[in-house]
Design a protein around this ligand. Sequence first.
Ligand SMILES: [Zn+2]
Length: 289
Amino acid sequence: MITIGRYEIRSIVAGTLRLDGGAMFGVVPKVLWQNVADVDDSNRILLATRVLIAVDREAGRTILVDSGCGSKWDARGAQRYAIHYDETAVPNALESMGLGVGDVTDVIITHLHFDHSGGLTEWYDQPGGPTQLRYPKARHWIHKKHWEHAKNPSPKDSGSFVPEDFSLLADKGVLCWIEGDNPACEIPGMEWFVSHGHTPGQLHPRFTGEGSSLLFVGDLAPTVAHLRLSWLMAFDVEPLVTIREKTGVLRKCIDDSLMLAFPHDPTVGGVMIEGTIERPIVSRTLDLD
Ligand SMILES: [Zn+2]
């Protein structure tokens, strides 16, 4: 755990999955990425699905960022992506902080790809039936542009969205919309950063206080290996925009000591960075366990 301003912050591995290594590294050849990834016989690399927990005890606020793949997968789907979801991970982490699932006040949805939003809902009684919210009392923050894109995705990324992960959110009236590229944030000690390269309207929280700052970098840089500018996912809808956005983030890391928390690195929750934008070097691994 680290403390930033008013927040105690942890990164919890809520499960793992495997995605095609070529798709995860775009134009980077396998002879390079195979040295930094755990590859299986089907060319799939191991990824964690991380949930960031940020607790402001003074304000009585417990924030979750993303939710993992969730438990609604049938055997065929789970096998395709080697999905393992630990539904006890977040409750156990909250319990170790003296909190429960009912204390979650805010859920930040970076975007609605299934590996980030699947854990927002679960089956109500039986697979294939109605779903229910895992955090029914929490406000669920999402960028409006992304919500609209998820309801009408392009042929390129439609496979990344599973409507039953998120359609209930609108029916239950728990959504809080964020709009525009520089939105104000009403949550104390937090700011919003919005990116569009990986997917339109990806929403990133940035926690700040007393000279330190941590950004949940989301799928702009899913793992440590993706810090390099040209190491981006083939999934990105606008790769050159991702490079521009990643350049801006790396500049803040190097010039202003901005810390990053990753969504998918199997071993590293977050880092500090030095070096140059072209050759970023991890100067410190954050203790976010
Ligand atoms: Zn994504």
